[in-house]
Design a protein around this ligand. Structure first.
Ligand SMILES: Nc1ncnc2c1ncn2[C@@H]1O[C@H](COP(=O)(O)OP(=O)(O)OP(=O)(O)O)[C@@H](O)[C@H]1O
Length: 673
């Protein structure tokens, strides 16, 4: 197929769509309304349990205030009945007022005490809620940090994470909602007691009247939740686009490439999709609510008609009828409160389910590895390793076998996408193999405790973190050694970061975040020196350097590779780089292609292997510098693994020829790339 032809699949651009896991949405869709209502008590308990975990005294006080407030509410209502009876009863006005006075005092005292309790309850809730939310967010962070790295490559993980974050966010509401529900329930019990005393038929009638609205509210809440849940993907795309557009690192390109309108258009495109789905949900829940409200209105009219009938036929006295009006209003308000707050609590509960299911499983990616604790490895051996990224149908590594020992530098070389970074991550135990094994001193990385394993790993990734912290923290990563600053400065000197530190306003104590008060900003290369310093500082048995000098000037780069041999004395070093001059420092070089080992040997052997891939790449790099191509067939000991059967182990290069000593080393031919 020519480069210009397109298949039907390529004819249209793929839209920005988030990979979501639909299983949870299907599970929620399957829940019935009665099952939802049955969940409410459990949700109330859960809300208070969350609060209990943070602040027992506040929760206990909250519940006590709630109970007292309910008792006072009922007392107030009974007193209302007394007042009305006194007013409608026989006697002169003065007598009636004297009769009513105690009840009025009770009503006033109960109302005053209830409003004081209300203020106390609100204060406690305001104080407690954000703390619950923060604790919930911290729990998500803990679960995220504990999840396998590969989680990020799984469809649905980001979706789960987003939903959990939303759950943590709404935790702020759950105590308030649960306590409002309890308050309504308490008022209902009080008012219902009064109403039952006045006439036993009124309460069941009122409950029947409120039922349709209750069902409708819960249904509407479910519709809203499902719509929100389904929109997580699009909301996340919007958040990501905003992030890309805001990001300082992209800001110059957004301007110089005049991308503003294009990016905003993409943003609006996704926004329109989101609007359409939320409009559909709003209409659907409005329809459900209208039906519920109409049915409830009809029911309420029936209740009032029944009461009028009771009074007019003499089945209920007039004073009782008057008191019943108050009680009906109180019960009606409480029922509406229960329905409304219950629906809110139910919706929050569904978000909370997302949160707790993420915590239980770290989004399904809690590490399931062994517990053996490794020491700094003397030898890491890879046997017939294969690995495919979860979202990809191609294998990133296929039948790879190699080894690296303490004191050795192993270089991984190959064209873009050949699998170098993936292999480095497997060696470091960041990913686990699909097939074959990575063994640290004979022990499979699957059997090792991940935290203990990573404590033995120092990595300089291609895209290293620029932590908005002090220079010292950027090197120690919050894990200073017993030697303190002297070890930090030694690592900084070895990586060339010493010069950077010396120029900083407050040396190691300088905050490296210009956007924060008092912070300073570093150049790309200066940051890279710090990233290398942090790896040198770490007392780890395996050092992985993935394109560690891409941003460094020649002098800084030279220093790193000069120091690397010293650094490697106590460690196994894996170096990934495209600058072939630099791999001369390695004891052995492995050339990867399409996830397979293509060649392996010393620098001298591979350079001498005319027709080999390494030699081809070497010549290509030298061609641009005008350095003549190498001609040293006698040194052609490098083996090319031309087969694709993965049987590389038998074709190992035996010698550990030190490249610095080789006549073909770049130092000797003066090559500088
Ligand atoms: N997170 C990922 N999900 C799916 N596929 C991935 C992922 N990361 C890498 N790949 C694929 O795995 C293959 C190997 O990628 P890898 O990053 O290991 O290559 P590399 O040799 O380090 O490339 P480079 O020289 O460009 O850094 C590539 O085909 C790439 O598309």
């Amino acid at each position: 197929m020519s480069a210009t032809t397109t298949t039907p699949a390529e004819a249209t651009d793929e839209e920005l769509r988030w990979l979501a896991d639909g299983r949870r949405i299907e599970a929620i869709e399957a829940i019935s309304v009665s099952a939802m209502a049955r969940r409410l008590p459990a949700l109330v308990v859960r809300a208070f349990r969350l609060g209990w975990h943070i602040d027992r005294a506040s929760v206990a006080l909250l519940l006590a205030c709630q109970a007292v407030s309910a008792v006072l509410g009922a007392a107030g209502l009974f007193a209302t009945t007394g007042t009305i009876s006194a007013l409608f009863g026989p006697g002169q006005v003065a007598e009636k007022l004297a009769h009513a006075a105690p009840s009025v005092i009770v009503i006033a005292a109960a109302a005053g005490a209830r409003s004081l309790l209300g203020i106390t309850i609100r204060t406690i809730t305001i104080h407690l809620s954000p703390r619950i939310s923060r604790e919930a967010e911290a729990a998500v962070l803990r679960a995220t940090v504990a999840a396998e790295l590969t989680a990020y490559d799984h469809a649905g993980y980001n979706d789960e994470l987003e939903a959990a974050d939303r759950g943590a966010e709404v935790c702020v509401d759950i105590v308030g909602e649960a306590q409002n529900l309890l308050a309504s329930l308490a008022s209902l019990i009080g008012a219902a007691g009064v109403l039952t005393v006045l006439h036993p038929a009124l309460l069941p009638l009122l409950v029947l009247a409120a039922l349709p609205q209750g069902v409708a509210s819960v249904r509407a809440a479910r519709v809203q939740f499902l719509a929100n849940r389904a929109a997580i993907g699009d909301r996340r795309i919007l958040a990501n686009l905003r992030w890309y557009i805001h990001l300082k690192r992209n800001a110059d390109q957004v301007r110089s490439d005049t991308m503003g309108d294009f990016l905003l258009d993409k943003y609006e495109q996704v926004g329109r999709r989101l609007d359409a789905s939320s409009r559909r949900a709003a209409m659907q829940s409005a329809r459900v609510s209208v039906v519920g409200a109409a049915a409830s209105g009809l029911g309420t009219a029936l209740v009032w008609a029944a009461m009028l009938w009771l009074v007019s036929t003499g089945r209920m006295s007039l004073p009782r009828g008057g008191a019943a009006v108050f009680a009906l209003a109180a019960v009606g308000t409480s029922l509406h409160g229960i329905v409304g707050y219950g629906a809110d609590l139910f919706r929050t509960g569904m978000y909370l389910d997302d949160w707790s299911s993420f915590l239980d499983t770290a989004g399904g990616h809690r590490p399931r590895r062994g517990t053996e604790v490794p020491q700094a490895p003397s030898r890491i051996a890879v046997e017939n390793l294969s690995y495919a990224y979860p979202a990809s149908d191609r294998t990133a590594l296929d039948g790879v076998s190699l080894h690296v020992g303490r004191g050795e530098i192993l270089a991984l070389v190959g064209e873009n996408g050949s699998g170098k970074t993936t292999l480095a991550k497997l060696l470091a135990g960041l990913y686990l193999p699909d097939g074959g094994s990575v063994r640290w001193d004979g022990r499979d990385t699957r059997d090792l405790d991940p935290q203990a394993l990573w404590r033995q790993v120092a990595v300089v990734p291609q895209d290293y973190a620029r932590w908005p912290m002090t220079c010292r923290e950027n090197i120690t990563l919050g894990q200073p050694t017993a030697e303190g600053d002297s070890a930090v400065l030694r690592a900084a000197d070895a990586s060339g970061a010493g010069e950077v530190v010396a120029k900083l306003r407050r040396g190691l104590s300088t905050l490296l975040a210009v956007e924060w008060m008092g912070g300073e900003e570093l150049s790309g290369g200066q940051w890279q020196r710090l990233a290398i310093a942090r790896a040198f500082h770490r007392e780890a048995g395996l050092l992985v350097l993935d394109e560690p000098t891409a941003a460094l000037d020649p002098r800084a780069e030279h220093r790193i590779f000069q120091n690397l041999r010293t650094v490697a004395r106590e460690r196994a070093v894996v170096l990934v780089t495209h600058r072939l001059t630099n791999v001369a420092v390695a004891d052995r070089i492995v050339v990867l292609e399409n996830g397979k080992v293509l060649q392996e040997g010393t620098f001298a052997e591979l350079v001498a292997d005319e027709g080999g891939r390494f030699r081809e790449l070497w010549d290509l790099q030298n061609e641009r510098t005008g350095v003549p191509a190498q001609r040293s067939p006698s040194a052609a000991k490098g083996r090319e693994h031309r087969g694709t059967d993965g049987a590389h182990g038998s074709r190992r290069t035996q010698g550990h020829q030190r490249n610095q000593e080789s006549p073909e080393s770049p130092e000797s031919n003066g090559s500088s790339l």
